[in-house]
Structure formats: C-alpha cells, structure tokens
Design a protein around this ligand. Structure first.
Ligand code: ADP
Length: 398
C-alpha cells in the first residue's frame, strides 16, 4: 500500500522552511526517534534546497509505503531537469549518507530523487495511525500568511489540474462517440439497403403472393424507410461534428423550388393542410437536397406536434441584408420559452412530450447546421398551446 501524506510545491526559500517543518512534524507524529527525525528531515531539506536554488520548480511528495508491521517513509523530490537528471549532486552525496536508500530515476520527463528510510517496528505504526497522520496534514492550520496563501494556491492548482484532466477526458470521449456514430451508422446502412432492395423486388413480383404477404412487405418497406431516415440523421450528426458536411451549391429560383419541395413533402403529411404564400421571387445559391432536408424537418415536425387537419402556413419575405426569410407556422403545442434555444441542441427533446411523441432530437440540430452552412440563421417564435413559427434565412443573389 502507498499512502500520500503531504505534497508541497518547491518554489522559494519559504517552501524550504515549510518542507523542513512538515517533515519534523511527520517524524513526531510517527514517533520516530529524534536521530531518525533529524537525519530524514536533513536529507529532505538538502534535496529541496538544491532543487529550489537551481530554480527547478520541483515538488516534494512524502509517502508511507508498506503494510502490517513493515513500513517505509519515502520522500520524492520531483523536478524538471532537461537532459541532466543528476543536477542535485552535492545534496545527493550528503543525503545518501543519511538515509537507508536513495534512488534517482526519470519518469514522464521529470527527474526524481527518492529518499527512503525504514520505519522501526518499535513505532507500532498501523493503517489507522497513518490515516490520522494524513488527516492531520489535510486539516493542518496554516501558521503564517505564507502558509495560508500557499495552501490556497495548492488547492487551486489541484482543482485546475483536475479540471484540465476532465476536459481532456471529455474531449476524448466526444471524439470516440463521434467515431462510433460514424462507424455504427455506416455499418447499419449496408444491411438495411439489402433489406430494402429485396423488399422492393418482392413487391415487384406482387401478383405471385397473397394480399396478406403483400401487406407485410409494404410494412417492411415503410419501416425500412423510417430506419433509413434515422441512420441518415446519425450520419449527418457525425458529419456536422467532424466538419465533413459538404454542400453542392447551385443557383435556384426560390419560389419554384419552395413550391415543388413543399408539395413533395406534403405527400408524407396528408393529415394537414399546407398553405403557401410566396410574394417575392428571388434567386439563391443553395444545396437543393440539403435545404429540402430543412423543409422536411420543419414541416414534418409542424404536422407531428399539431392536431390533425390543422393548418401549416409557409411564407417568405425579403429582409434587409439580402436575405430571404422563410417562415413556417403551425397551430400546434408550441414550445416553452426556456426550451426555445435548446431545441437546436443535439439530441434535445422537450421532456414533457417524450412519452407522447417519438423522435431522437437530431432533426433541428442538423437543419440549423445546414442553414448555417448556407450563411443563414434559424430561430423560433412560439407560444405554448397556440403554435410555433420556425424562421430561417438564406442569402439571396442580386
Ligand atoms: P425530434 O422531433 O425527432 O424529437 P427535432 O430536432 O426535430 O427532433 O426537434 C427537437 C424538439 O423540438 C422536439 O423533440 C420537440 O420537443 C420540439 N419541436 C420541434 N418542432 C416543434 C413544433 N413544431 N412544435 C412544438 N415542438 C417542436
């Protein structure tokens, strides 16, 4: 077992005093003999002095190692010493004579001087006692303003190091998740394409099977389309995250494009009436398929989150800054103020509706990125139980 007792950054002469003070205190708490306390403390001080004087910004770590009745006291002075790990020569020669063991080694590009003494059995050291000693140093009341500042700084350094580690970890996890998304969705797509192809082949030979079998095949076909759409969304999320979503832009007359696109999508939402009102005809450079995805997401949502037979209204207006604003209004459940921004976040779904409406919270995230990729923006006006209007802009050509 290894127990860390105390740790101290070695920056200046005050730290040397602190290192000395803490090692004496530790010797007392462990009931070491006076001679043992003195030799250990002197050896530590000599090594610390050497590192501080050479401006090495080191760390002193004092530990107890061992178990039952065989324990050692170790003090490691760790410092950055590019190219020469035996800088503290003078101190080492002296310290070597004072302790039972002295090791020098390099680890993670830090030089380490490790001093080790045996703790005599007569001290009757136990694990319980070690925990008391650790607690003493954790709660040690600072004697001087320097100690107080030092303690606070050490605490802040520790928190900063922890946060840095968490950050590195979360970046790593995020990268792995994106990689997983990409691989999983590709792997899912291949068998699904085969299922879909064979279902369509079987349907093409429809006259050779019963009405019941045909109905089953149609269900398989429909569900594979749904699954395909979800997988496509997963692929798009991973494309957004890896910056690989690309656009094939072309010049398009917007009124005709919007009419055709809305009319195509309206076939998949026969439960709703769609009204289109397009006053100005303008031209824009767009990726037709990607923008169709944006219309599809907003219109299908408009139908999904509003009562059957209610109205969905699509309109456009030219805005200052050479922008075409597209607005799609529904008469549905609306979105509460606090969730309006969040619905553009990846995988976000309004909690209250998750039981009643299926979905994965990817559509608006992808749609908003597609609009941003065109140089536009997306926002929502909404009132709970009254309805929502989704707006987005696209730059237009003069
Ligand atoms: P999904 O609909 O698959 O959950 P989206 O990203 O398309 O994912 O939408 C995210 C969330 O935004 C939805 O779960 C829903 O809570 C809310 N939302 C989207 N469109 C509307 C709408 N027209 N009316 C009310 N809420 C909506």
């Amino acid at each position: 077992m290894i127990y860390e007792i105390t740790r101290l950054n070695l920056e200046n002469g005050m730290d040397l005093i602190l290192a000395h003070k803490r090692s004496i205190k530790l010797g007392e708490l462990l009931n070491l003999s006076i001679s043992c306390q003195t030799t250990f403390t002197t050896a530590i001080s000599e090594c610390c002095r050497e590192v501080i004087e050479k401006d090495k910004n080191g760390i002193l770590i004092v530990r107890i190692e061992g178990q039952k009745d065989k324990f050692y006291l170790t003090a490691t002075v760790r410092y950055k010493d590019p190219g020469n790990n035996e800088t503290a020569y003078n101190a080492l020669n002296y310290a070597r004579r004072l302790v039972n063991q002295l090791n020098i080694y390099v680890e993670d590009s830090f030089s380490n001087i490790e001093l080790k003494i045996n703790i005599p059995k007569t001290t009757k050291l136990s694990e319980k006692k070690i925990r008391e000693v650790i607690e003493y140093f954790e709660n040690e009341y600072p004697d001087t303003p320097y100690e107080e500042v030092k303690r606070k700084k050490e605490e802040l350094d520790r928190i900063a190091a922890e946060q840095q580690e968490q950050l590195i970890r979360s970046v790593y996890i995020n990268e792995k998740k994106t990689e997983f998304l990409s691989i999983a969705s590709h792997e899912l797509k291949t068998p699904l394409t085969t299922i879909k192809a064979f279902t369509q082949l079987a349907l093409a030979e429809g006259d050779q099977c019963s009405e019941k079998v045909r109905m089953y095949l149609e269900k398989i076909n429909l569900q594979s389309d749904k699954l395909n759409k979800l997988i496509q969304q997963l692929l798009d999320v991973s494309k957004v995250e890896t910056g690989l979503m690309d656009f094939t832009m072309e010049e398009v007359a917007m009124n005709k494009y919007i009419e055709n696109t809305v009319s195509l999508i309206s076939k998949s939402i026969p439960s709703h009436m769609i009204e289109i009102d397009l006053p100005d005809n303008v031209t824009a450079r767009i990726d037709k398929l990607r923008l169709e995805q944006v219309f599809s997401n907003i219109l299908v949502n408009a139908a999904k989150y509003s009562p059957e037979n209610s109205l969905i209204h699509v309109t456009t207006a030219v805005q200052p800054g050479n922008l075409l604003r597209v607005s799609i209004r529904d008469e549905g459940i609306g979105i509460a103020e606090q969730n309006i921004r969040k619905v553009f976040e990846k995988f976000f779904r309004v909690e209250e509706i998750t039981r009643s409406y299926s979905g994965m919270g990817m559509g608006l995230y992808i749609a908003s990125r597609i609009v941003a990729g065109h140089g536009g923006s997306m926002w929502i006006d909404s009132e709970v139980d009254k309805g929502s209007t989704f707006h987005f802009t696209i730059p237009i050509l003069q």
